[in-house]
Design a protein around this ligand. Structure first.
Ligand SMILES: [Zn+2]
Length: 371
């Protein structure tokens, strides 16, 4: 049975986190506020014309956007999902296929077009049954893209092996995408968003991708959605529905704040709104919270676009030239590489995510009762 902990200090603290509208990207805590040269001029300002809404939620998004002070129109966002067909731990009794089907159901309900699922073929070696999840994705009309064969760290395997990982993922992509033009699935998402630990490795990967006809699926909205899946599985094991609700609120609030951060940073960096790319992962908690997240984004004025449409924005034709052993979204790379001013980062609530539903923690909290 769920534990009753609503009056505990523990939950008061968690609710404070859940209610916090913290602007900021991912789990990377950036160095101090940067100052330096003015924003990098990339292209002339363009304003996207409103497009006829495809659903009631889209209509709400467009009308809210029109009402937002200072907003020239909806925030255009392409949804992308990484690590197909398996990401993170899964609560007992939940299949990978069911997780994918939940994603697909929510995308249909929100009329989200062309959601790329970025694939690691190695995952089928241990779980060939998960091929059904990939087939369901394609059957629903969404494409797959390349996320390397086994999701390696570049600095651990070296450049040559890394390039081989890109090629080794292709046979399964080709098989699953059937008659689709190669160009459809030759879209690459960097594992961990790491594009190169130095300029030679960064340039070599880019040259390999370009030489093989790939487009790069950059990311501009990354709120470390993956980090919610582990605590969710713990809470499911404990059947702590109350904690899961807290987790859901925190997820939506942090995701919303990251959207706001990315929209503001893009306007500051490029002098205009850009077409965004949202990074998600195919985890069990993501599936559970996806409908709430997309609804929250629509209330912020988001209009869903395809990745093809997002990548048509000229900002994606530029190379930030950023190198590091850690991964960052394109907007974070831009602000770091050019020391450009941006709204302050707010770090991921890692402490909350680390301790939630851990028996050793709840046992030490006044007022908390163990399940
Ligand atoms: Zn990944």
């Amino acid at each position: 049975m769920p534990s009753s902990r609503s009056g505990s200090i523990f939950h008061v603290a968690l609710l404070a986190v859940a209610a916090c509208g913290a602007p900021g990207p991912g789990d990377a805590v950036a160095p101090g506020q940067a100052s330096g040269p003015p924003p990098v001029a990339v292209t002339p300002v363009t304003t996207a014309a409103p497009v006829a809404p495809r659903s009631a939620n889209q209509a709400l998004a467009v009308s809210r956007a029109a009402a937002r002070p200072g907003s020239a129109g909806p925030i255009e966002v392409a949804v992308t999902v990484d690590d197909l067909p398996a990401h993170g731990p899964v609560p007992a009794g939940v299949t990978r296929l069911a997780i994918h089907q939940e994603f697909l159901k929510v995308f249909r309900a929100h009329a989200v077009p062309q959601v790329y699922g970025f694939l690691n073929a190695a995952k089928l070696a241990e779980h060939p049954e998960d091929r059904a999840a990939l087939e369901a994705w394609v059957a629903a009309g969404h494409p797959l893209g390349n996320h390397t064969y086994s999701h390696p760290h570049l600095e651990q395997i070296g450049l040559d092996a890394y390039l081989g990982e890109i090629d080794r993922n292709e046979p399964l992509l080709r098989a699953l995408m059937g008659k689709a033009d190669e160009r459809t699935w030759k879209v690459f998402r960097y594992p961990f968003l790491k594009e190169g630990h130095d300029l030679p490795s960064r340039n070599a990967i880019r040259a390999h991708l370009a030489g093989h006809g790939y487009r790069i699926a950059q990311v501009t909205i990354d709120f470390a959605d993956w980090a919610w899946n582990e605590p969710y599985t713990r809470c499911m094991e404990r059947r702590d529905e109350e904690a899961i609700k807290v987790l859901e609120r925190a997820f939506v609030n942090y995701g919303r704040a990251s959207l706001q951060w990315s929209d503001a940073t893009a306007r500051q960096t490029y002098g205009r709104p850009i077409k965004h790319v949202l990074l998600l992962h195919v985890g069990a908690f993501d599936a559970r919270a996806m409908d709430r997240l997309l609804t929250a984004y629509e209330k912020e004025g988001v209009r869903w676009v395809s990745l093809d449409e997002a990548l048509s924005d000229p900002v994606y034709a530029t190379d930030t030239g950023f190198t590091a052993t850690w991964g960052q979204s394109m907007l974070e790379q831009m602000t770091e590489a050019h020391a450009a001013p941006h709204p302050p980062y707010i770090p991921l609530p890692t402490g909350f995510l680390r301790v939630l539903c851990r028996p050793e923690y709840s046992g030490a909290v006044p007022g908390a009762s163990a399940p």
